[in-house]
Design a protein around this ligand. Structure first.
Ligand code: ZN
Length: 233
């Protein structure tokens, strides 16, 4: 019996805690892993620096030879659509439809579609994203059913079976720290703590127990609460 060909993956690496953990998860199970990132005019540029530091850190860890090239795509069209607190200098608030104004409509759908196109060109079979339904801001494009539907649409659309993996879908932030520890021990936890970026305001002045950030925005609060739950387990 001939062995199955080894699968190769493309990780959507934003530079945050979730996508950093997903990169380690992918490195631990696929023969080769490439990364994709998007410059869409986000308010803070910190995460674009972080994603490269995370890659460098993981390159030195327990998965030699598996980390392939990075691809950074410019997606200016999202800024043209406008109107999100992720891109514009407006205060973070709840909208009338119950979604926070940090929601960028269509963003994850677009990112996965571009990732599928790149995966096609590069001969990669698996797309990995850090979306979660457990500790999330209610973004409808992070839901499991949205991404299951997208997996079918993208696979049909390129006439190739693509698998969308979301290892954090049913994990909260505390479980995400636990996963990092299980994958790469204290060294990986420390890398993610120091070099991943979550804060909506782009604040990196002060290192808290849980990492850098303003400590007050919704993303910092979620990250800090998850860290506290994980440390106090
Ligand atoms: Zn913050």
């Amino acid at each position: 019996m001939s062995a199955l060909p080894q699968r190769r993956a493309l990780v959507l690496l934003s530079g945050g805690q979730d996508s950093a953990t997903c990169l380690a998860w992918a490195l631990s199970r696929y023969a080769e892993v490439e990364t994709i990132g998007f410059d869409y005019g986000q308010r803070h540029r910190a995460e674009l620096v972080c994603r490269l530091r995370l890659r460098d850190g993981m390159q030195a860890m327990a998965w030699p030879g598996r980390l392939g090239p990075d691809h950074l795509l410019t997606v200016e069209v999202l800024a043209q659509l406008g109107g999100s607190a992720m891109q514009d200098e407006v205060a973070i608030a709840m909208q009338q439809d119950g979604l926070p104004n940090t929601f960028v409509p269509g963003r994850n759908l677009l990112f996965f579609t571009l990732a599928a196109a790149l995966a096609y060109r590069r001969g990669l079979q698996v797309l990995v994203g850090g979306m979660s339904e457990t500790d999330y801001s209610g973004y409808p494009d992070c839901r499991d059913n949205t991404l299951k539907a997208l997996q079918v649409a993208l696979s049909l659309g390129v006439e190739r079976p693509l698998t969308l993996e979301t290892p954090l879908m049913w994990r909260d932030k505390a479980a995400t720290w636990a996963l990092a520890e299980a994958l790469g021990g204290a060294a990986l936890v420390e890398l993610v703590r120091r070099e991943s970026h979550t804060c909506y305001l782009g604040e990196r002045g002060r290192l808290h127990d849980w990492g850098y950030g303003c400590g007050h925005c919704p993303a910092c609060e979620l990250r800090a609460q998850g860290w506290t739950r994980w440390v106090g387990r």
